[in-house]
Design a protein around this ligand. Sequence first.
Ligand code: ADP
Length: 484
Amino acid sequence: MRLLLASSEVHPYSKSGGLADMVAALAKALGRAGHEVGLVTPLYRGIRERFPQLQRLDYFLEVPLGERRVQCEVWTLQPSEGLTVYFIDRPEFYHRGGLYNEGGADYPDNAHRFIFLSKCVVHLARYLPLKPELVHVHDWQVGLVPLMILHQRWHEGWKDAPRTCLTIHNLAYQGNFSRAEYSLANLPLDYFNPDGAEFWGQLSCLKAAISYADLLTTVSPRYAREITTEEYGCGLDPALRARQESLVGILNGVDYDEWNTTDNPSLPFAYSVDRMAGKAANKAALQKELGLPVNPNAPLFGSITRLADQKGVDIQIGALEEMLAANLQFALLGSGSAEFERAYADLARRYPNKVAITLGYNQGLSHRIEAGSDFFLMPSRFEPCGLNQMYSQRYGTLPIVRVTGGLDDTVTDLTEDDSEANGIKFHEYSVRALAKAIRKALVLYETPALRTKMQQNAMRLDFSWKRTGESYLKAYREGLNSKR
Ligand code: ADP
């Protein structure tokens, strides 16, 4: 199949969260499976310096953006078999300190930046020799692509225009802008209505994609059900219910080439399910690195997260306050809301021998926390898929998760199946329920036979991309046959 993917972030070039990991791994898996795959993403500041192999494409790209005409250069890279990445180079839009925001505030021209990106995707889909059969867009930043393609099919002579697929990685981020910014799309107002791109008087890039893509997917089966309900629908549940027959939940895979404990340059010690000594050594090394007492008998709880409401930061801080009198250690790597950063920094000041907080983004340390911890906390309010719990499982670190979205789909609790259990689950979104789950973990820590069995169950789970890639191909084939 000839496929063009588009995403505002792709690991290892740019990343703010799981979106970057997922798109990179999907593109790689599809290319390796023998498909011809293109992937469009912005050329952010620093990418060319970090990847000097990038080559400038001899290609003239200019599109209208409201009343302006805007040009860009296109750079390419073939990082793996069957895959070409197309980087959109427009320094005015993408050479910034952040991807979407800085100092806690969104860039005021995000509509320009990402409507421009969407137009470049459509242009490349139409004029590259690749001639994709299907264009697969990810999240709101490229959400206008399906509508623009449909419009060109209907009104601008693009007879063999490709089918389109949208993957929703997080419904809470919708790309809502003022009605005036709709004019940047250079589309007629016919599409600006509540059955199309309009959301309560505003332009919603995500809603436009929900309304006009041939196929909708999201990143876990449970989240696919949740987002059609009022509780989790973020106001878009009616639009999603209207498209329910085209919506499928496909669990993200894990790129085990990157996330493994046997051949990993970020880990001081290798280990595997049959040779666990390295895990204890990683724990000691992590305690040392973070300035915690090196103590094999102190259960170590890890957390790597965006510090955002979604991630359950408030109940995590509350539960830690309650539990820190016990013999345990806590290591956090995260960044985000200034208020949460302050609250964690305060916790670390009060419990210097038990709490280590690292604010910022650090890929290497994220591997070492996964490997060195005994338990991993993910008390999310909602979680479309979540990758860290799957990374934890492969690293023999038992995840403690709230029953929501992909967390429910990937973790099995003792109460569900005592022979297959591979983590601890709790239901209620409250300090009390999380503190109780942490207490269960402390008991488990003192029950080595059961803990070892659960670690083995977790490490043997296989969320590899082969299955996920096949599920996407099956969905693509259905999308190609859609009757729109
Ligand atoms: P989300 O996409 O909602 O942030 P996921 O669990 O799906 O959550 O993915 C998060 C990804 O981002 C993981 O690969 C995780 O390791 C990484 N990550 C999050 N915060 C940091 C950080 N501060 N430093 C390094 N990696 C981080």
